[in-house]
Structure formats: structure tokens, C-alpha cells
Design a protein around this ligand. Structure first.
Ligand code: AGP
Length: 615
């Protein structure tokens, strides 16, 4: 969950690393640190809290050098403090390490090293890595940094992303990836090279990237790199050209990344559709899925695995896939799936939805599915991520970098991708009529415009936020395809404003949660003009009868609802299948404005991180 950046080249490493860390701060923000090689010694600066604290220290006491590593931390072992912040340094000061992951056997290793006389300076699990590297280097002075690191990582258990530098090799960085502790991306520049947890940290400097795979170790100088396996077998890595626009990782005119990303949705959805629908032939094409018609026809069921917002996306996708592909879909939490011995075979497809492609729970669910012989697909935003790598086929969200910890544009693009997947599967399986296909494609083409219209309600939603931001609890209700949107709306509110909010299927209200309703409780009811509209109206009446403050998300032009609800957020009239994608925009804006009015840190909410790489 931490962010890592490394630099080797002719420029000042400090600046490059700090600007990279700024882009990665969404991954962890309880402390940060940097280590720079300078005239035979390594200078380290660390501070608790946000990166801005570290930056102002470095402004007061600048450090210069051409080789360095930096880290922004999300604490697992040892409280957030200066001495627990990375980089960690070995006892004799010969090596420094930054790390993402958990050393599962760190207590045993720490005891062993302490028995050998090593003195530890932190309470972290990470420190054993750097002490081990130094121990291996001292045992045999002919061992270089790569070899000592290779031997050290063979001793540690768990999943890791590690970057190492040595006082004695002022031109070299080592990067290691073991398992699913987050990505290790190597950015190849002109007489300079980078290492980063993900593309966003370095895309402004280079677009040519290598994505290290599990059990690989890279040795990197300003002009060369070599990659080998942890067992010292040489590897020829694939270099990928990334066409992300560097501007897309800057906040621009917006006060927060989250707001910028909410407003980017007409474009990100256009990007996700683009090239995948042939509007002339009215066909959907998803070549990266690597699927033949005969394979598609023999599928008997699909299981979607995901976490958080991505899980709610899967709940909406179930409606699409069952409707158009006539494939039975189950949706499960990545964090739960592997703990119940799921029944899978070669007639099952498992779809992982994960914007980061690094969520360890989702990756573990995928591995479970792979072991049981299922076909593995992923919908991923982060190009080159592990989820994409281990899948048989994938769909990229094409949302561009999402920096705000609360997911917005990745959610809506993943909905569009599942809609495309359902049409594609329907085509291949022969379950989709020409009429259905033409209608769906016609509807999808209108989506960016509908999202734009939903965004036009921003001022009205801000006004509403002023009325509601003192509330202590919220209930979100929806039915059918809009029930997952109630869940997502509640999650958005709680994660950025810290207001307790629950999403509920509207019809279930009378089976329990109705007891909560009083004059203090805002009840947000998603009630577009669809086949369940009347039923939603009666839920609204029930909430009103108990004194609840009802906020309805309703279709523009609906006057009846104005008499029923206390407040109405209007959304443009849209086809039923697109309703969730359009409706969620207003819930994103509402959560955003409430959080800002409460003074919360919208882009970096407390205790959260963007890539959840620990279990
Ligand atoms: C979204 O707002 C959350 N921060 C979180 O629930 C997130 O969706 C979840 O951790 C899954 O992440 P992924 O899509 O990167 O796998």
C-alpha cells in the first residue's frame, strides 16, 4: 500500500523522487522518507505525516545526488513515526531499502539477526531485509548488491516490492518483486532510469516501461538494466510504451483530484467505448479477451470477484451479463472467495474487477480460480498490473490515472466495460438479438452526453450538501439495478466524509432498517422512472411516514416526486440499463461536497490507501 520511487541519472535525484512520491501519496500518507547517495555516503531524511512535511524539511536542508530512493508509507508494523518511516538503513550504513509488503517471518529473522549482534533501529518488519542484505554482503566481500539482495529475499516470506541501494555502488539501484505486494515499474529514460510503484509517478519523464513480474530482480544504472529471476536465471523483459498523457496526473484547475476525476467521466467513458464498438456494423469487439465463439458457448457460469467499489460494479454487471449473455453470474468479495472452497471447472469464467490490478484479496481469488481450472478475465485500469498479467484475457478500463483514493471514474468505466462484455459474450454465444444489440449500442453512444447532463446538477447538489452535511447517519436505498448504486453512494459518503452511511435494497427496509428512521435520518432514495418507480415511491412514503428526511434521485421532469420527497436531485432521462451509470454521478458529487464542507481530506481519507496490497 506504500509508494516507492527510485532514480538514477544525471539530474538531481531528490527532485525527481519527491515529484514521483507526490503522485504516489494516494498509496499511503502516514510518513515519508528519502535516501540520496552523495559523495560516498547516503543522506536520509524522513518525517511523519504527509509528504509536505518531508518536503519542507528538505527545503530547509537540501540534499543533492544522482541516485536515490523514496517512500510514502501506510503503516503495518510499527506506529507511524520518524524512525519507522522508510528508507531503512543497515546497521553499518552500507545499504538502504524501501519496501512495500509484509515480511511474514520477520520475528524469527529479527531474533536470529539480533543473536548475531545486529542492532535494530525500528519496529518495522522491513528492517530485517536491509540487515540481511548487509549480512550477506559482509559474509563475502565479492558479492555485489544484486547478489546480496538476491540471497536476502530468498530468506523472507510473503509478498514484496523492494528497492535497494548501496553506499559502495553509487550508480546502481536494485528492484525486486515477489508476489502481489504492488507493482514494480521500471521507467527507461535517456541516460536516466526510474523505479516506481506505478506509472503515474514517472510518466511525465518517460513512457517506456518494464513491469517486473513476480520473483524477478532488476539491476539498474543510468544507461543499463538487467533482469533475472530470484534463482539467477536471465530474463528478457518486454518494454511497453504507455500512452497516458502526463497532464492527466495533475490536478489542474480543480481543488481536488476526486472532483477532477468526477468531471473526467464523459471523457473516460468515451475512451473506454472507443475502438470497441463498430458503429457501422453494430458489433462489439474485445480482442484482448482472447475468446473464441466456441469457448464462449461452452461457458456455463461466471463468477465476478472484486473488492469495495469494484465489487459494487460487479453487482451491476451481473444484470448486464445475465440479460445479454444469458450466463448465470455470481458476485463475490475477493477477500472471501478463497475461504469457501468454491466450485469451479473449465466451464466457468472468473472475472476480476480491479482498478489498481494490485488488490491482494482479488489477486488471491484469481489464483484460487486459476488453480481450479476456470478461465480468468480481468477488467483493470492499471496497465501492466499483476491482475492483467495473470489473466487469460482482459479489458482495460481506459479511465486514465485515478489519484483520488475514492474511486469514481474507474467505477463508471468498469460498468461500461461490463456492458460491452455482456454484448460481446451475447454476440459470441448467439444469445443477443440484432434488435437488442442495436438498441444497446445506440444507448451506449448517448452515455457521455448523459453523464455531462448529470454533472450539470453540481450547483444544486452543492446547495443540498449545505443542508445535509451535519447529519450523523445516512440511509441509501435502491432497487434492482440501482440497489448496487445505493451501496456505492453510501460507500463514497462514508469513506471521504466519515459519516456512517448504509446502502440497502429498498424492499428490505421494512424488514429491519425502518426502525432507524426518525427526523434526524436522511434517506436517499434512488427513484428513476423505470419499471420499479412505483415501488420506490411507496418506500419513500414509508420513510416519510416515520419522519425521515427523504432525498430522491429522480428523472428530470418527474413532478410527482417533488410532493413526496424533501429534496430532489434530478438526473437526465436515460435508458434503464444506463441508469446506474448516470445516477451514481450525483451521489459522487453529493459525497464530495459533504466531505469538503466537513473539512475532510477528500483525496486522502484517513486510514485508507488506493492500492490495498495487504490482506
Ligand atoms: C473505492 O472508493 C475504495 N477506495 C475501495 O473500495 C476500492 O474500490 C477497493 O479497495 C478495490 O480496489 P481495486 O479496484 O483497485 O481492486
Amino acid at each position: 500500500m506504500c509508494g516507492i520511487v527510485g532514480y538514477v541519472g544525471a539530474l538531481n535525484a531528490t527532485q525527481r523522487i519527491l515529484s514521483g512520491l507526490q503522485r504516489l501519496e494516494y498509496r499511503g500518507y502516514d510518513s515519508a522518507g528519502i535516501a540520496i547517495h552523495n559523495n560516498d555516503c547516503i543522506q536520509i531524511c524522513r518525517d511523519v505525516g504527509k509528504l509536505s512535511n518531508l518536503k519542507s524539511r528538505i527545503r530547509d536542508y537540501p540534499i543533492y545526488g544522482n541516485l536515490g530512493i523514496g517512500h510514502t508509507r501506510w503503516a503495518t508494523h510499527g506506529e507511524p513515526s520518524e524512525h519507522n518511516a522508510h528508507p531503512h538503513v543497515s546497521m553499518h550504513g552500507d545499504f538502504v531499502v524501501v519496501h512495500n509488503g509484509i515480511v511474514e517471518n520477520y520475528l524469527d529473522l529479527r531474533n536470529q539477526l539480533q543473536t548475531d549482534g545486529v542492532i535494530f533501529q525500528s519496529e518495522t518488519d522491513t528492517e530485517v531485509i536491509v540487515q540481511l542484505i548487509e549480512k550477506f554482503a559482509q559474509e563475502d566481500t565479492k558479492r555485489d548488491i544484486t547478489e546480496s539482495t538476491r540471497l536476502a529475499v530468498q530468506k523472507i516470506k510473503g509478498a514484496h516490492a523492494i528497492v535497494v541501494m548501496s553506499r559502495h555502488q553509487p550508480d546502481t539501484l536494485i528492484a525486486v518483486r515477489i508476489g502481489n505486494a504492488g507493482g514494480v515499474t521500471i521507467g527507461l529514460g535517456e541516460n536516466e532510469n526510474y523505479i516506481a510503484s506505478d506509472i503515474s509517478a514517472i510518466v511525465e519523464h518517460t513512457r517506456n516501461m518494464i513491469f517486473l513480474q513476480s520473483h524477478q530482480i532488476a539491476t539498474i544504472t543510468a544507461t543499463h538494466y538487467t533482469v533475472q529471476t530470484i534463482d539467477a536465471k536471465p530474463v528478457t523483459p518486454e518494454i511497453r510504451h504507455i500512452d497516458w498523457n502526463p497532464v492527466s496526473v495533475a490536478k489542474g484547475e480543480y481543488r481536488h483530484f476526486m472532483l477532477k476525476e468526477i468531471y473526467e467521466q464523459p471523457q473516460s467513458i468515451t475512451n473506454s467505448i472507443s475502438g470497441r464498438i463498430d458503429f457501422e456494423t453494430q458489433q462489439v469487439n474485445l480482442p484482448d479477451l482472447n475468446l473464441t465463439a466456441s469457448d464462449a458457448k461452452q461457458l456455463e457460469r461466471m463468477i465476478t470477484v472484486a473488492c469495495g467499489t469494484s465489487y459494487y460494479s460487479g453487482l451491476v454487471g451481473k444484470f448486464y451479463i445475465e440479460k445479454f449473455a444469458r450466463l448465470n453470474v455470481e458476485v463475490d468479495y475477493g477477500s472471501e472467495y478463497r475461504y469457501r472452497d468454491p466450485i469451479l471447472n473449465n466451464k466457468s469464467a472468473v472475472l476480476a474487477i480491479t482498478q489498481s490490478g494490485e488488490t491482494v484479496d482479488t489477486l488471491s481469488a484469481m489464483e484460487e480460480a486459476r488453480d481450479k481450472g476456470a478461465t480468468l478475465w480481468s477488467i483493470v485500469n492499471n496497465i501492466g498490473s499483476q491482475a492483467m498479467h495473470i489473466s487469460d484475457g482482459h479489458i482495460t478500463m481506459n479511465a486514465g490515472p485515478e489519484i483520488g483514493v475514492a474511486s469514481t471514474k474507474a467505477f463508471t468505466t468498469s460498468l461500461v466495460d461490463q456492458l460491452l462484455l455482456s454484448l460481446y459474450l451475447g454476440q459470441l454465444r448467439g444469445t443477443l438479438s440484432t434488435k437488442q444489440r442495436t438498441q444497446a449500442i445506440h444507448d451506449i453512444a448517448k452515455l457521455p452526453d448523459l453523464i455531462g447532463k448529470a454533472l450539470d446538477q453540481n450547483d444544486a447538489i452543492l446547495e443540498l450538501a449545505h443542508e445535509l452535511y451535519h447529519a450523523k447517519n445516512f440511509l441509501y436505498i435502491g432497487r434492482g439495478i440501482n440497489y448496487p448504486i445505493a451501496l456505492e453512494g453510501a460507500l463514497k459518503l462514508k469513506e471521504i466524509s466519515y459519516i456512517h452511511a448504509e446502502g440497502y435494497p429498498a424492499g428490505e427496509m421494512k424488514h429491519g432498517p425502518i426502525a432507524l428512521i426518525d427526523e434526524q435520518l436522511p434517506v436517499l432514495a434512488i427513484a428513476p422512472k423505470d419499471s420499479l418507480y412505483e415501488k420506490m415511491i411507496s418506500q419513500i412514503e414509508q420513510a416519510k411516514a416515520r419522519g425521515g428526511i427523504v432525498i430522491a434521485v429522480a428523472t428530470e421532469g418527474d413532478q410527482i416526486i417533488e410532493e413526496k420527497a424533501d429534496y430532489v436531485i434530478y438526473v437526465p432521462k436515460s435508458p434503464a440499463l444506463l441508469n446506474p451509470i448516470v445516477n451514481v454521478i450525483s451521489l459522487q458529487l453529493l459525497a464530495y461536497h459533504i466531505a469538503v464542507l466537513r473539512g475532510a481530506d477528500v483525496d486522502q481519507p484517513r486510514n485508507l490507501a488506493k492500492s490495498v496490497t495487504v490482506e
